[in-house]
Design a binder for this molecule. Structure first.
Ligand SMILES: [Zn+2]
Length: 285
């Protein structure tokens, strides 16, 4: 997730700062309860991000969902995106079992990190939930929608992979029913189970609230522009986003630091179960 200040200021700051700080030595691996997250080491350099994509592609192959890396260069026209950047989103597509279905839904998380951080919470946690939903939906006998599992690149540089993917959906003419974003869902300092939720759809807000009612989590319905769903919202799509609670200061104190090495599993699992429940309902419609 980006820091909470306007994107324009962030982009101006990035444009002014052309040197990349040297990365500190990798911190020790997090001591997490099994199963550990797939992504738990820094993913900011081109080499680190390419290695992460390899891990994600291998995992989708293991799950049995066709996946590909989709490289981009922002010198192509992607509205709102810095020029001169290259990266790649990883996209896995699980087709509807109903051959006549025209429903398409995206569930996404960014896989890049800021320099120097292993990014277990930001955003290894969101990546893991996307994978958990993929594993669950792949086992269903009937699915009424095609689900696209999208691992987005360069969120930390200004929602870059998301702007690219949103522009591609817009250009494709394929109707996208909704985009669901998961960013930083592993920390809850005051242990109140609150998840920040942002959506431009009353219907999706009601669905998430209904599913949350059966879980040890609750939704704080609010608006935040500093993560990937904002790119799709700006492109005119229906979106929903979940993240840990920032508004009361109970976010991860290790945010964007080398100490982002662990999550609080009960809170993570609450958010995971929320997304599993929402997606089981969405594809059963
Ligand atoms: Zn971040």
């Amino acid at each position: 997730m980006l820091r909470h200040f306007p994107l324009a200021i962030l982009l101006a700051g990035l444009a002014a700062c052309t040197t990349v700080p040297a990365s500190p030595p990798a911190p020790p691996a997090a001591d997490c309860a099994a199963p550990c997250f797939l992504l738990m080491t820094e993913r900011s350099t081109p080499e680190q991000r390419e290695a992460a994509r390899g891990v994600l592609l291998a995992e989708f192959a293991r799950i049995g969902i066709a996946a590909e890396a989709r490289p981009y260069a922002t010198d192509e026209v992607f509205p709102g995106t810095q020029r001169g950047l290259t990266g790649a989103n990883v996209v896995a597509t699980l087709p509807a079992t109903d051959a006549g279905s025209t429903r398409h839904i995206v569930i996404a998380a960014h896989y890049d990190t800021v320099p120097g951080s292993p990014g277990v919470d930001d955003n290894g946690s969101g990546v893991e939930i996307v994978l958990e939903v993929a594993r669950r939906l792949a086992t269903l006998e009937a699915r009424s929608a095609t689900v696209h599992f999208v691992m987005l690149d360069q969120e930390e540089l200004g929602l870059v992979g998301a702007r690219v993917d949103a522009a591609r959906w817009r250009a494709s003419g394929v109707p996208l029913e909704s985009m669901h974003n998961i960013d930083m869902v592993g920390w809850d300092s005051d242990n109140d189970g609150v998840i920040e939720f942002d959506s431009n759809s009353a219907e999706l807000t009601a669905l998430y609230q209904e599913v949350a009612a059966g879980l040890p989590v609750s939704l704080l319905v609010t608006t935040y522009p500093n993560t990937d769903h904002e790119a799709y919202r700006q492109a005119g799509f229906t979106v929903a986003s979940v993240s840990q609670e920032f508004e009361d200061g109970s976010e991860n104190p290790a945010y964007h630091s080398p100490a982002d090495t662990a999550v609080q599993r009960p809170y993570y699992e609450g958010t995971r179960d929320l997304l599993l429940g929402v997606f089981e309902r969405l594809v059963a419609e």
